[in-house]
Ligand binder design. Sequence first.
Ligand code: MEV
Length: 317
Amino acid sequence: MPAIKSSACGKFILVGEHAVVYGQPAIALPLSNRRITLHIEPQILAPSGKIKVFFPALGLDGEPVDKLPSNHPIYRAVWEVINYLSLSQSPSCDLRFNSQLPIGTGLGSSASMAVATIRGLLEFLGHPLSDAAINKLAFECEKYVHSNPSGVDNTVITYEEPVFYQKGQELVSLKPAADLHFVLADSGIQKSTGETVSGLAERYQTDSALIKPIIESIGQLANSARRAIETGDLAEIAEAINQNQRLLAELELSCPELDHLVNVALESGALAAKLTGGGKGGHILALVKANRVETVLQGLITKGALNPFHTVIRGVI
Ligand code: MEV
């Protein structure tokens, strides 16, 4: 078995996080310039069944994979592949990860780890699979990692293209009519997506009269953002983003630190800004005209955002 390399991108949700868990559509975009890469090296001399994990950003330095928590995305991904191929024992190899993708901050790190591991290990074992099959396995991993995932994260990361995603519906690959520039910035607060999803589920149970209409309004915003992306209507995309932030705040998924970054981005010249992902921490996204990118980055740096960066979703001509 030769050494192999695989990688998976991060993601950010433009419109529709949380509502997507309740069957509404969402728009998710790939973060191709923030990736998790994996080198798999065979260890022919090691006893069989020994997979060691090296992941500096997680403090893993040769940990046996079976010592990781059973809901860890890498543990799950390895197990999904072994089960899928009905292997009686796992191969002996080192999994060496490197991440430019911030971990646990709403940018899809768990799904990215799962996709990179599944894709890499399948290839290492001589059984490369289609994206559809990889996506299925990654969704199984997500079910262990988060409570009740919608499947949007593993889908956008597996296919690495802009998607309009709705549970149970055929996936729509989005073709933006124009380049879309974004600045993303970290609030510095780590919050588990599983916790925010289950927190909202409890509120939905006790107060569906309040929560359900908000979720439906977010779904409508995803529909209008889809049309606007396909026609290149920046003002309409911006409106959907800003309205989505207002509704997420009504669902109590924002927090003072995210509100602060959203305001700083808007005051620095962004067209729109909102939290992205599970909320109550993690990242914001700001939609920005190409000639305002530097100003918005500087504004965010000056006002305390952690590691703001620029990413572009290219228009399809
Ligand atoms: C997390 O990136 C997006 C959420 O909608 C959860 C999910 O869809 O599984 C918050």
